[in-house]
Design a protein around this ligand. Structure first.
Ligand code: PAP
Length: 308
């Protein structure tokens, strides 16, 4: 293989590299798109933005937010991958300059419009704050996040040339050089925003949601300004079921091995195990120790007791 010109610091997988914007690492193809989002995106106060670090529950939250907001359209989840119902700002909405996708998405008459993003609060916060839109952030414990990312990356086209080795993945995750990383700063940025402005930023963890989905669906609906009344209890249960991993992963559209138009990976790769603690089946004791030490240093010392 030809030697690349990138420094070890920029590489995350073999010779593949990431580029920085203000201390955060991104896939090079996304850099111009992220700059476009930061320069051009003007949220409406009624918009809902789902933010997340990759592999922390984005697909699940897309289904839930879409279903909470469009209560009578649960069938949409049967025929559409959740990512086609809630587009990514930096992937589908602000695509290539030539594409007309952005005007189609942005001129939507839907109220609210729902978008998602992996852009950190440190970069997008001003845009979000000044618009008054609502933000939902989902976080997941670092070991399951890394485990899910590692499995996911190895489903990409480029894994055919050489897999992303687990040891390399752990090292890069801990040092922050993974797409949209560092993970810890990403989570802390939105957590702080949620603490400072709970009416506008709803911070939830994958584990809380897994533990009691129904209660959190009701809380999300309240936060979004469309609470369920008591008689709608059955509706809440229906939403929880329609968005559950077991149901979603069995729809033909989500079982498809076809490559998506928005990522170098098949539709099915967004549905794997959906278990809390699956990292135990894959990470070595040493890897667990290394991640825990980083978690303690980053989260615990900031007063966020989470992730170990
Ligand atoms: P993204 O950020 O690239 O869009 P994202 O949806 O956050 O990906 O992550 C996929 C993870 O969510 C997978 O976790 P796993 O690798 O540990 O299994 C996937 O299985 C899980 N997932 C997908 N849909 C659901 C769901 N409906 N409920 C719970 N977890 C889900």
């Amino acid at each position: 293989m030809e030697k690349s010109n990138f420094s070890e610091e920029e590489k995350w997988w073999g010779d593949n590299h990431l580029e920085q914007i203000n201390g955060f690492w991104f896939m090079p193809m996304l850099i111009p798109r992220i700059h476009r989002v930061l320069a051009e995106f003007n949220p409406r106060p009624s918009d809902v933005i789902l933010s997340s670090f990759p592999k922390t529950g984005t697909t699940w939250l897309k289904s839930l937010l879409y279903s909470i907001i469009n209560r009578s359209s649960l069938d949409s989840l049967v025929n559409n991958n959740p990512r086609d119902l809630v587009p990514f700002l930096e992937i589908q909405v602000y695509g290539d300059q030539e594409s007309s996708d952005s005007s189609t998405y942005l001129s939507s008459e839907d109220t609210p419009r729902i978008f998602s993003t992996h852009i950190p609060y440190q970069l997008l916060g001003k845009t979000l704050e000044s618009s008054g839109c609502r933000v939902v952030y989902v976080a997941r414990n670092p070991k399951d996040t890394l485990n899910s990312l590692w499995h996911f990356a190895n489903k990409w086209e480029m894994a055919v040339e050489g897999p992303w080795e687990l040891e390399e993945a752990v090292e890069k995750f801990v040092s922050g050089v993974v797409p949209d990383g560092p993970y810890y700063e990403h989570v802390l940025g939105y957590r702080m925003a949620g603490l400072n402005n709970p009416d506008k930023v709803f911070f939830i963890t994958y584990e809380e949601l897994m533990d009691d989905t129904k209660t959190h669906v009701k809380k999300l609906a309240e936060f979004l300004g469309c609470p369920f009344v008591e008689e709608e209890d059955k509706k809440v249960e229906e939403i929880v079921k329609c968005c559950s991993f077991g149901v979603l992963k069995n729809h033909e559209v989500n079982k498809s091995e076809d490559y998506t138009t928005w990522a170098p990976t098949p539709y099915t790769s967004f549905f794997r195990q959906a278990k809390v603690g699956d990292y135990r089946n894959h990470l070595s004791d040493d890897a667990i120790k290394r991640i825990d030490a980083r978690t303690e240093e980053k989260f615990y010392k900031s007063g966020f007791v989470y992730g170990i």
